[in-house]
Design a protein around this ligand. Structure first.
Ligand SMILES: Nc1ncnc2c1ncn2[C@@H]1O[C@H](COP(=O)(O)OP(=O)(O)OP(=O)(O)O)[C@@H](O)[C@H]1O
Ligand SMILES: [Mg+2]
Length: 506
């Protein structure tokens, strides 16, 4: 049964026609995936439906009646709830307060009934099988946990339609399983779910139907069961993509970065790693293995208890990110909102932030030179925007990630650490980012890629380390890379197997 039908939806932003008149419909109890490259218009359409953008043209029929989408509360009242791609929780309130913000249960005297609010919150959190305490402050949660709170919040509005915009981007494998179990429950209750994700395997696992957009236009709607991954990709990018992981061969150079026996509490239990110039070094591990922590230690973002860092064979004192930058280390983080971008600055400024020197002309700061240079950088990662004067806030999620990349390419670093570089990035742009890594490799840089996507990590790395619970358990290099199977890597990552050269207790 069709419960929602959107027809000929058009949305114009200054300089961008985000949606050119597209259709979309939903049936009760289905998961309908919305796919397309970064900037295709997916989030925009969902924001129209959720009452965020009201400047749309076209018609919406919901439960047989024509409706006008005027505001978020009104749409929620109708049973249409959205989980935003960029999280909107208030950090200084508790989990329960966030879930019931503005509609806290009150008791007879009109004051907030804390006990009931906490109990109701607990119930919702249990329903999605998450152990987060209901009275924890949101600022103490991980990004993944915040996402679970968002989901609990959406559930709290008796929704018939739930919109999930890249809900798994920051979740661990276990949390994803929990979410999918929830989605199955919701489906069984007749709830319709709009699901946006760039992860093709997820779509194959969870979606009943798939609609693809390209450049604000409608490409088509298909049953997920009849759609192969290759077909999905060619619908999205408008051409066949054969080479997901382009490779270049470069003679390997000297060791540039060396981490020796880095220790930090229970998180890093004596970890060593070397990265060569002209090589892509992969670092794989399950969530919580300590990969990000190790890279943050190398970048001076987190302190470590003992161990040493050598750059070009010379011990380096790296106590903060400034030291790291001075030694030529760049870290591209997974969390663009917290560490990568200033959302209220335009793109030009954001790109310039990492390296103001690049914009210096003979007579001091040269604004024209800056813009030209930044435009080249933005083009090289294919940022989709009408101009660099656009505020970072107004870019689609994936395009924000590309700006972070452009910003770091703007430094003359010799070690580039990419932490989950393709999270939230569409397939076409992913290949583009792999090309950028290859270019850095050809330029003689040492590239380190932290990834929890196994196929990606295996596909682009020349050499690969695997971590498990704060220890290095696997190192795969040379000929071993050729015959490497996923099973082997997972055996290292789960600690059931250890490379000979790594002693059991380091
Ligand atoms: N508030 C806004 N002001 C101006 N332009 C906007 C605004 N929101 C979105 N856009 C533009 O509209 C287009 C569609 O963006 P949208 O966020 O819908 O893409 P998306 O398909 O969700 O992409 P992603 O996969 O990267 O999240 C993009 O070109 C984006 O820059
Ligand atoms: Mg989006």
């Amino acid at each position: 049964m069709t419960i929602l039908e959107m027809r000929d939806i058009k949305v114009q932003f200054p300089g961008v026609l985000a949606l050119k008149g597209v259709p979309f419909d939903l049936r009760a109890g289905e998961v309908h995936a919305l796919m397309g490259e970064n900037g295709a218009g997916k989030s925009t359409l969902m924001k129209v439906l959720a009452g965020v953008y009201t400047n749309y043209e076209g018609s919406i029929t919901y439960k047989g009646e024509e409706i006008v989408s005027r505001s978020i509360p009104e749409q929620r009242q109708r049973g249409i709830s959205i989980i935003f791609q960029e999280m909107e929780l208030l950090p200084n309130l508790t989990v329960a307060e966030n879930i019931f913000l503005g509609r806290q249960p009150t008791n007879a005297t009109g004051t907030i009934d804390w006990r009931r609010m906490n109990r109701d919150a607990r119930e919702l959190l249990d329903r999605i099988r998450t152990p987060i305490p209901e009275d924890a402050l949101v600022s103490h949660l991980s990004v993944g946990q915040m996402q679970m709170v968002e989901i609990a919040k959406a559930l709290s509005f008796q929704a018939d339609v739930i919109i999930m915009d890249e809900p798994t981007a920051a979740l661990t494998g276990k949390e994803v399983d929990g979410l999918f179990a929830n989605i199955q429950d919701l489906k069984a209750q007749g709830v319709a779910i709009c699901y946006i994700s760039h992860r093709l395997e997820e779509i194959r696992r969870i979606a009943d139907r798939v609609t693809v957009f390209r450049d604000g236009g409608y490409v088509g709607t298909r049953d997920a069961a009849d759609l192969s991954v290759d077909e999905m990709v060619s619908m999205m990018v408008g051409r066949e993509m054969d080479d997901y992981y382009p490779r270049v061969t470069v003679p390997r150079g000297d060791v540039v970065l060396e981490l020796c026996d880095i220790r930090r509490g229970h998180v890093l239990k004596g970890v060593s790693l070397v990265a060569h110039a002209g090589e892509i070094t992969g670092l794989y591990g399950l969530m919580g293995a300590g990969r990000t922590e190790l890279m943050r230690a190398a970048f001076g973002a987190d302190p470590y208890d003992s161990g040493s860092i050598l750059i070009d064979g010379v011990p380096a004192r790296i106590r903060n990110p400034r030291d790291a930058k001075r030694h030529g280390i760049a870290l591209l983080t997974e969390d663009r909102k917290q560490q990568g971008l200033i959302l209220d600055f335009d793109l030009n400024k954001n790109i310039s932030l990492a390296n103001l020197k690049a914009a210096m002309g003979p007579f001091g700061f040269d604004e024209r030179k800056e813009s030209r240079h930044n435009q080249e950088l933005a083009d090289s990662v294919r940022v989709k925007t009408p101009s660099l004067r656009q505020l970072a806030r107004n870019l689609s999620g994936g395009n924000q990630q590309k700006v972070v990349l452009a910003k770091w390419l703007n430094t003359d670093s010799k070690v580039f650490i990419f932490d989950e570089p393709t999270r939230g990035i569409d397939v076409g742009a992913k290949a583009e980012i792999y090309r950028i890594m290859n270019r850095l490799k050809q330029d003689g840089k040492a590239v380190i890629v932290v990834s929890s996507e196994l196929t990606e990590c295996m596909g682009i790395s020349d050499r690969m380390y695997v971590m498990h619970e704060g220890r290095m358990t696997g190192l795969i290099e040379g000929d071993e890379m050729g015959g490497l199977t996923e099973e082997t890597v997972i055996a290292y990552a789960t600690g059931t197997k250890t490379t000979q050269s790594f002693p059991e207790e380091q």
